[in-house]
Design a protein around this ligand. Structure first.
Ligand code: BGC
Length: 496
C-alpha cells in the first residue's frame, strides 16, 4: 500500500487513537466532574455534621446556662430567655379524686376532647379520648370561630357520650404560653406553633372558651386552665409521687416542674401559700449561646428580633426537624445533581414532616426502600440512587441526634435547678435517703419522643453522658399516654 492510502491509514490510525484518547479523556472528565458534584453534596453533609456536633462538655454548658436562666426567670418578668410562668397549680392530684370530668386539649391543629371517670385510689375507671382536626382556616381566622369550633366539638362529644353538662367543671389544656391571673384564667402571650389567630393574643383564653360554651348552649365552665406540660405532670404525679417534672417532645417542646415558693421572687400575688408551685418553663424560647446556628436553622426571627423566637424548640421539636432536613437537601441539590433533575418537590416548606424523617432514619433495609418511597411520594424525586439515599439517612440522623441531645441537656437543667439531678450538693455522689438511692421521675409525652425510637436512644445516651451512669440510673423518664388532656381532667377534679 503506498502513497495516499498509507497516509490515510496512518491518519486514520492516529485519528482512532485520538478519538479513543478523547473519549477516555471525556469519560475521565465526566467521571471527575461527577465525582466533584458528589463530593460537593458530601461536603454539605460533612459541614452539617460539624456544625451540629454536641460534645458532652458543650451539653454540660447548656445545662448550666439554662439552669441560670431558670433562676433569673423566677426573679423578674422578662428577665430571662425562658419565661418561667407561674401556673397557679399548687396542689397536684393525689389519687383521691372521684367522678366524671371533661377536658379539652388544644395543643396544635389536632385537638382532643376527653371524658375521664375517676375512682378512689389513683384509679382511672374509664377514659374516652376523641381526636379531631382543626380546619386550617380556623388556625389563622377569627378568635370566636376557633373557640366556637372547640365548644361545639365538646357539645357533640357530650351528646354522643350521653353525658351531662349541667354545671360541670372543665379542664382546659392550652399548650401555648399564658400569663395566669388565677388557676382558671390567663392571657395568651404568643402563639408559638401552628396557630396565628392574632385576635386571641392578650385575651383570657379560658374566658374565650367559656363564652363559646355559652354561645353553644353548654352549662359548663373552665375551672382549670393548664399547659400540656402541667397536665402531663398531674398524671405523672397521680401515679407516682416521685414525679417532679414533665416534658413534652412532640410538635413543640417544653417542660414544667414543681418549684419551692420561697425561691420565687416575681408575681408574689399568685402564690397563695408558702408551699410549692408548678412552674411552666417555656424552654422552647431558649437560645443556648453555646450552640451555633446552622444556615438551616429557622430560629432567627428577623421581623421581631425577639428572644422568644422559639430557637430551642426549632432545633428540637417535631414541627421543625423535617423542615431543617428539607433545607439541607435543597442545599445539596443546589450544589450538585445527586437527586437528579426533578427537585421541585424540595421547594415546598414544611413538606417533610417529622414522621417521615423518623421513617427515613429508621429504614434498615439494605436498599433503603422506605427512604426511596418517601423521597418519591413526598418530595417527588424519582429513582434517587442508593448512595444518595444513604446521605439522606445521615442528614436525618445528624438532625435527630442534635435534637435529642439538646432535649437531654434541658431535662438535666431542670433536675439541676431543683437539686434532683441525683447528685449530693453538686458533687458526683448519688443522693440517698435512708441508704436507698433517691429516684427522680420525669413524666414525658409527645409524638416525637413516643414514636421515634432512635430519638429516645440518643436522648437516653446523652442523659447518661451528662449525669454519669450511676446517677442516670436514678432518673426515669415515664411516658404518660394522653397525659396532657387526662391530667387536665384530674386537675379539674382536684380543684373542683
Ligand atoms: C408552647 C408550650 C407547649 C409546647 C409543647 C410550645 O410551642 O409554647 O406552651 O408546652 O409547645 O406543646
Amino acid at each position: 500500500m503506498g502513497g495516499t492510502a498509507a497516509v490515510w491509514l496512518r491518519v486514520a490510525a492516529v485519528g482512532c487513537a485520538a478519538v479513543a484518547c478523547a473519549v477516555a479523556v471525556d469519560m475521565a472528565t465526566r467521571r471527575g466532574m461527577a465525582w466533584c458534584r458528589w463530593y460537593r453534596a458530601v461536603a454539605v453533609v460533612r459541614d452539617l455534621e460539624e456544625r451540629c456536633a454536641t460534645p458532652t462538655e458543650q451539653l454540660q454548658r447548656v445545662v448550666n446556662s439554662l439552669a441560670v436562666e431558670m433562676f433569673a426567670g423566677l426573679v423578674t418578668e422578662g428577665g430571662s430567655r425562658v419565661r418561667m410562668l407561674l401556673t397557679c397549680v399548687d396542689a397536684l392530684p393525689d389519687g383521691s379524686e372521684e367522678g366524671v370530668y371533661y377536658a379539652i386539649d388544644l395543643g396544635g391543629t389536632s385537638f382532643r376532647v376527653l371524658k375521664v371517670e375517676l375512682g378512689a385510689g389513683s384509679t382511672i375507671i374509664n377514659q374516652k379520648v376523641e381526636h379531631q382536626s382543626i380546619p386550617e382556616n380556623l388556625t389563622k381566622g377569627a378568635s370566636d370561630d376557633l373557640f366556637n369550633f372547640i365548644a361545639s366539638a365538646l357539645k357533640n362529644f357530650i351528646a354522643r357520650e350521653g353525658g351531662e353538662d349541667e354545671g360541670r367543671a372543665l379542664g382546659f389544656t392550652f399548650s401555648f404560653p399564658v400569663r395566669h391571673s388565677s388557676i382558671s384564667s390567663g392571657s395568651l402571650i404568643q402563639w408559638t406553633k401552628e396557630f396565628s389567630v392574632e385576635e386571641t393574643v392578650g385575651k383570657d383564653v379560658a374566658q374565650c372558651l367559656n363564652e363559646a360554651l355559652v354561645r353553644n348552649g353548654l352549662n359548663m365552665k373552665v375551672n382549670v386552665l393548664v399547659n400540656n406540660t402541667v397536665g402531663t405532670l398531674a398524671l405523672g404525679h397521680y401515679y407516682d409521687k416521685d414525679t417532679v417534672a414533665a416534658v413534652i417532645i412532640g410538635a413543640g417542646t417544653n417542660a414544667c416542674y414543681i418549684e419551692r415558693n420561697d425561691v420565687i421572687v416575681k408575681s408574689l400575688d399568685l402564690l397563695t401559700n408558702p408551699g410549692r408551685t408548678v412552674v411552666n418553663v417555656e424552654w422552647g424560647s431558649y437560645r443556648p449561646p453555646q450552640i451555633a446556628l446552622t444556615p438551616y436553622d429557622i430560629c432567627f426571627n428577623k421581623e421581631t428580633q425577639s428572644y422568644y423566637d422559639q430557637g430551642f424548640e426549632k432545633m428540637i421539636s417535631g414541627v421543625y426537624l423535617g423542615e431543617i432536613a428539607r433545607l439541607v437537601f435543597q442545599k445539596m441539590a443546589q450544589e450538585s445533581d445527586v437527586f437528579g433533575a426533578a427537585v421541585d418537590g424540595l421547594s415546598t416548606p414544611f413538606i417533610l414532616r417529622a414522621p417521615y424523617l423518623a421513617a427515613i432514619r429508621e429504614d434498615d433495609s439494605p436498599d433503603l426502600r422506605e427512604v426511596g418511597r418517601i423521597l418519591e411520594e413526598h418530595l417527588k424525586m424519582q429513582d434517587v440512587p442508593l448512595k444518595t439515599r444513604r446521605l439522606v439517612v445521615i442528614v436525618c440522623d445528624i438532625i435527630t441526634r442534635r435534637a435529642a441531645r439538646l432535649a437531654a441537656a434541658a431535662i438535666v437543667a431542670i433536675l439541676q435547678k431543683i437539686g434532683c439531678d441525683g447528685t449530693l450538693c453538686g458533687t458526683s455522689r448519688v443522693r440517698t435517703m435512708k441508704g436507698v438511692r433517691k429516684r427522680t421521675v420525669v413524666a414525658i409525652e409527645g409524638g416525637l419522643f413516643q414514636g421515634y425510637s432512635v430519638f429516645r436512644e440518643y436522648l437516653d445516651e446523652a442523659l447518661t453522658e451528662i449525669l454519669g451512669e450511676e446517677i442516670a440510673a436514678t432518673v426515669s423518664l415515664r411516658v404518660m399516654e394522653e397525659g396532657s388532656g387526662v391530667g387536665a381532667a384530674l386537675l379539674a377534679a382536684a380543684y373542683s
